[in-house]
Design a protein around this ligand. Sequence first.
Ligand code: TXA
Ligand code: MG
Length: 361
Amino acid sequence: MEKINTALVKTAVSKENFSAEDEANLQLAAAKIKSGELVAFPTETVYGLGGNGLDEDAARKIYAAKGRPSDNPLILHFSDLAMVKKLFGTLPAMAEKLLTAYAPGPITVIVPKTPEIPYTVTGGLETVAIRIPDNDITRELIHLAQVPIAGPSANTSGRPSPTTGQMVYDDLKGRIQMILDGGCCQVGLESTIVDCTGEYPVILRPGAITPEMLQELFPVVKLDAALEDASARPKAPGMKYKHYAPKAPMTLLLGSIEDLKKYFAAEIADFKQTETKLGLFISRELRESLGDAVNSPAVVLYDYGSVKDYSAIATKIYYGLRFFDHQKVGRILGQGIAETGLGLAIMNRLKKAAAGNVVKL
Ligand code: TXA
Ligand code: MG
């Protein structure tokens, strides 16, 4: 692939604060999208790698830049519900209800595709994923481009998703022309994907719109079988791939704080530091209960915050997993959390990062 100069362009987060320079950069970014180039964009969940969603060649460029298998479909991003309706006419009632309640926001709905949407975008499927991100920069970009923007997460395939412009730059420099940098993503985990093509909504990927929030709108809400049974084939093709993984192998531990303390203290004491160190991916509570043990020279510590604040943990997950890649860590021990509310999405990503390696104490 030819080497490209990548510009990391800082942009004000809210529309009221866009400077003349921000507006000019957004115009430039929109022109790139229209001419078939790629631009990385911020959202409330994670950064996306965008191209014209109605242009097959742009979609091919996205797969190539990410190194992503082309049977893994892309999400189409719209600026608002009116733009969605312009392309789709009417939407399935379930999808419209979900978007009306939670968009702009961290929700993606799966609906039947329209003829204008290329199969390259849908990975050959008759359905398409659509979403309205809650981010002024990106909604303005889509509005200016006047086309839906196809955008997977802006990481190279298999790596943790990027939640800052710099993380996108680390992965994609030299491969794309422009990254719109809107600072840190507020949610930190990819959107909830809901299949709206059947009788009831089915969650294919958990996210910040939780099953509990969907149950407020629908009497029956199901989870894709693959979320509960690792041997089932996931309906979202992307969920079958190895994902979010740090470079070192990770084990995820579940148990009471007392049992975790005993286990971690013993592992730290037993760890023979050679070339590499032991990474700990743990809560503030566990760090405090381990006391001085975490100060061992063999340990690289990442404290993801209090188990009482799942939203804050979500924003730190990918940053933390990537942090270990920059340290000489040979192995990572992570502390799991309860799978309630946002905990379901957090654990879904952590279990994948640990390649299913979960130990209940
Ligand atoms: O929060 C997000 O959703 C981020 C930001 C950038 O919007 N995007 C994102 O895209 O996570 P990506 O490509 O990394 O993940 C999209 C997921 C994949 O697992 C893919 O298989 C699934 O959505 N998907 C897309 N179209 C689908 C379809 N028609 N049916 C089932 N799953 C689909
Ligand atoms: Mg992704």
